[in-house]
Design a protein around this ligand. Sequence first.
Ligand SMILES: Nc1ncnc2c1ncn2[C@@H]1O[C@H](COP(=O)(O)OP(=O)(O)OP(=O)(O)O)[C@@H](O)[C@H]1O
Ligand SMILES: [Mg+2]
Length: 541
Amino acid sequence: MPIYTNQIYSRVLSSGSTPTLIVLTVGVLFIFAVSGLIDAIRAQILTAFGVIFDQRVSGHIFSALFDGVVRRQAQAGSQALRDLDQFRQTMTGPGISVVFDLPWIPIYMAILFFIDPIIGLVTFLGGMTLVGLAFLQDRATRPLTKAANSAAIKSYGFTEAGLRNSEVVRAMGMIGYLGRQWGKFRAESLTNAKSSNEQAEIWGGLIKFVRMAVQILIIAIGADLILNHKIGSGMLFANMILSARALQPIDRVVGTWTSLIGASQAYERLSGLLNNYTPSTVGTSLPRPKGELTVENMNYGVPGSGRLLLAAVNFRIAPGEFLGIVGPSGAGKSTLARLLVGVQQPLNGSVRLDGSDVFGWSRAEFGQYVGYLPQDTELFAGSVRDNIARFMDGVTDEEVIAAAQAASVHELIVRLPNGYDTELGQGGVVLSVGQRQRVGLARAMLRNPALIVLDEPNANLDSQGEDALLEALAAMKARAQTVVVVSHKPSMLVGADKLLVLRDGRVDLFGPREAVLSRLAQNAAKAKGSTPSAAAIEAKS
Ligand SMILES: Nc1ncnc2c1ncn2[C@@H]1O[C@H](COP(=O)(O)OP(=O)(O)OP(=O)(O)O)[C@@H](O)[C@H]1O
Ligand SMILES: [Mg+2]
């Protein structure tokens, strides 16, 4: 554009040649058409890049998210997926095109220096001032933006937790109090965002003023140069446009700064999540284990807490054996169950299935050989069949039904509105806690895994459900599957080969069922017997 204007002045107006005007105009139109086309292609490439980027990264982040939640990592949460969206949108949106304009600044400046050193110098100094102001603006707004964003994330997280427990909230009239807590986060976010915007407005105004001042100076200097016959009048326009071009990218970067900062913070959170995530390696495939479970000198505590939840746990069960784990509430039974199926990593020591470390095992492969029923069974949105089939491909109807029958839940399922195809979850049928637990048992039994770990499987069952469970346990034993059952109820563990008594994270007793039961009875008798004797001693004294 500056070259065109200059040429019109110096060649067309002075010579009065219409053909020159036509050639110049057609040439410039052609250049702008090409430039527009390139812009459109650039936008398309960026969008396509965004899609490819998402496809490559999102799956990884989805897995890292689960991993992070299990390890209770701070960055883990659905926020990570929002972060990914924000980062992708900024990196492939119009904001990023500003960055492509930055390399042109020195080129425009060089041309201006070439036209006239004074004009070049003024633009250069103006540009430096703008960069300095932009830096100060960043210093003033960045901490505020950061605080606003993290408070907003807290308020979203709080809402999510509140919604998950909406029944508790409603039953006990907690909404007002929860709303107050939520409002605190919300207000913190808004106040910080407001101050950040105010700061941005003030600095933005200053930046705009400096830019205008530089451009006015350039025109004034240009006019002075014309008066002194140092440059032609066409050059004045060229100078104006070139200096505007040279300074514009700085202005635009300042304008999109907030979203660039947001994207960089999203990037930081995502890196924090991904740096701690090692995708489970797909190593050499191991053969189907027979089910020998060994726990060696295992300690476990929540990383960084310094408190051991399980200490020096040692035991071994042979393939096909049935181990019952008992112990008071909070003894660490569920924690032990989670470690047995490789959900968490021991601080030291190991859990091995047929000699291979369960935590290091590729999750997808290990998953085929293990069935796990947690204490609070949640099912996923999808059909009953999908849930029992664990959403895997290639599971036949026969296998699903066999698992349901093995868990004695087939009759229950066929009585549901759509049988196996009944949709669960949002908008579908809601199963009762006991029903969920029984479908969860079928999910654990799919394809007869070598190791089955059940955490209080009878917690919500009626006597009929308990009978079904006992039958299922007997069938597992008949199929020589290794079974670990955590339970408070002695009746659940009648078929157990071994018993493990856990107390305060330590193995109190371990051995054949009969031996452990008689030791427990002895201990109980001793505890009873010791009370009167202690009283007698006291009485004597
Ligand atoms: N994520 C966690 N962070 C910190 N401590 C935890 C965590 N999970 C469990 N604990 C602690 O570990 C201890 C054992 O918990 P666990 O759930 O294993 O007990 P449990 O024996 O299964 O009890 P219950 O019979 O009530 O199910 C408890 O003191 C609990 O506070
Ligand atoms: Mg438990």
